[in-house]
Design a protein around this ligand. Sequence first.
Ligand code: NOJ
Ligand code: CA
Length: 699
Amino acid sequence: MTKLFTFLFLLIGIISTQAQTLQSPNKNLTMTFSLTPNGTPVYELKYKNKPVIKSSKLGIETIDVPSFTEGFSQKGITTATFDETWQPVWGEQKNIQNNYNELVVSIEQKAVANRYINIRFRLFDDGLGFRYEFPEQSNLNYFTIKEEKTQFALAGNHKAFWLPGDFDTQEYNTVTSKLSEVRGKMKEATTPNASQHPFSATGLQTPLMMKSDDGLYINIHEAALVDYSCLSLELDDKNMILNAFLTPDAIGNKGYMQAPTQTPWRTIVVSDDARKILASKMILNLNEPTKYEDVSWIKPVKYIGVWWELITGKSSWAYNDMTSVKLGELDYSKTKASPKHAANTAHVKEYIDFASKHGFDAVLVEGWNEGWEDWFGKSKDYVFDFVTPYPDFNVKELHEYAASKNVKMMMHHETSGSVRNYERHMDKAYQFMVDNGYNSVKSGYVGDIIPRGEFHYGQWMNNHYLYAVTKAAEYKIMVNAHEAVRPTGLSRTYPNLIGNESARGTEYESFGGNNADHTTILPFTRLMGGPMDYTPGIFQTQINAYNPDNNSFVHTTLAKQLALYVTMYSPLQMAADLPETYNKHLDAFQFIKDVAIDWDETFILEAEPGDFITIARKAKGKNEWFIGGITDENKRTATVDFSFLPKGKTFEAIIYADGKDADYITNPQSYQIKKMKVTSKTKLKQPMATSGGFAISVK
Ligand code: NOJ
Ligand code: CA
């Protein structure tokens, strides 16, 4: 790891109540901290002299000790400058620069409780991160949080790309509106989910992406969410202030703390260029370096799986049609298998053959284990044991077969929200994986959490998700957690967290559809905290081709599905459609086979949230580039400027584009494949159909 270390430590001994100012390394951003006359900490943020965050309060309201909200005076400050370049285990680029100026203000509440806290601000060229720290001291030990009082006072009624604030799910389509319109649109935005708990008529989730009338892009999220509850925002739509709103536990408390400790970072990424929001690595930089000594077992994964046929309703997870089963008491071999049960040995072998033939790393199989008959909506505690296969799924035989074909099996652990049950079986479940050659697991938390009353995004669950990841690391297992809390850059510290869903994924194309602009927004929202297992690659866009009873359709063209492998960054990429469909389009499938999943460099060529994104990436360790471009419901022409290529050389590009007559509703499967020579001087004008796109490979 190359470490360029400038550590400038400046201790200013004078105790002052004067405002403290911090500038970003390039001086575009200025943050000012001060105390109000009653001793409330406040901060503000400017970008090139434009207000981003107006004077906003900081503090934590507590239940059992005096609150950390007022009566503060300044105790001392320290400043520092940091500049290092580090290499992620996997990522969008090989080298990441972590360069910031830091201000730590120590503030004390002598009269209130004779104790002090620190607020640590880090100002980067791409934004601000800050957190509360509670140092060890005699008058501060345990405390319980009632609410975090952090504010983000906005400078206007911005355009926002928002999801209803919810303690259990982010599986919503994004609404694009002025902040003043949130209240009026909330009801319609809150579409049904297996587990959901919206909390307010103006509650919003993070990452929240906004754009001001004068062209500033502002993104609010958090980094390093550890042992704390998930941050949402409650919009005060009279004053355009976003107030922190933490996820409560079953009895309404929002956090249990023990000093010395700290909160996660609150993050504000800002730029006047939308591309710089996507290029920002600030959230990763605010996380700790990896805690693992050996990371050699952590590898990006391209996979297929027994999955889309389940999601579309063509096949079933359950072995039979029983609606009530008791695990351990029912002898499945005495019951009749349903012809729809997909996870059977012979069928899984077909997937393994296809994976092996086309160079995929792994095959996911869902519905392999006992318990799926009544897994959904029953609030059932002892629902799965994660080690007992159905009679028609031969674990040993499949392990040997897959190994002989150089393919890994990917495990599936649906918990059905019964987290107590998952933890009860976890060691055995991971050991079972090791014994049977599985090195990655897709986990899931569908439905309300057990213990009942806990929410998916509370402190207790956040601790569970991290426990599952670190415990998996003991077994050298990689984790892809669905329905878990949305990521906050923790994969820097725990790189075996190779994926998360935690948003509305491709599966919703089979449950009524995703908006045509969905994937032009996700990189600006959900992906700010880490990669998403979006599961693209659906070529058969009419779901009733698989299940006559399902009239959903995919809200993109086929070419846009290819582009998503580049625009939706993830070290874990699925080719989600069925082998039988890929076999009919092997020419277009070639792009999915070729596209890299780990990168040396990323070039954000064009971007506007909700409208379009064009990204080029260089494959890790190879002279190969892949480009993806997507548009929303409007046709558009992208410009691909190839100046990222090495100068003076000619390369062959293969362009997978929308057909001339393509349209995501009337003609989504129309595509064309062309070859052309490109150099660093080429500027390609590439048309895209409605909700269309294109993918390019360059060798
Ligand atoms: C929801 C997940 O997102 C999906 O991928 C999975 O197939 C089902 N849960 C069943 O576990
Ligand atoms: Ca749009």
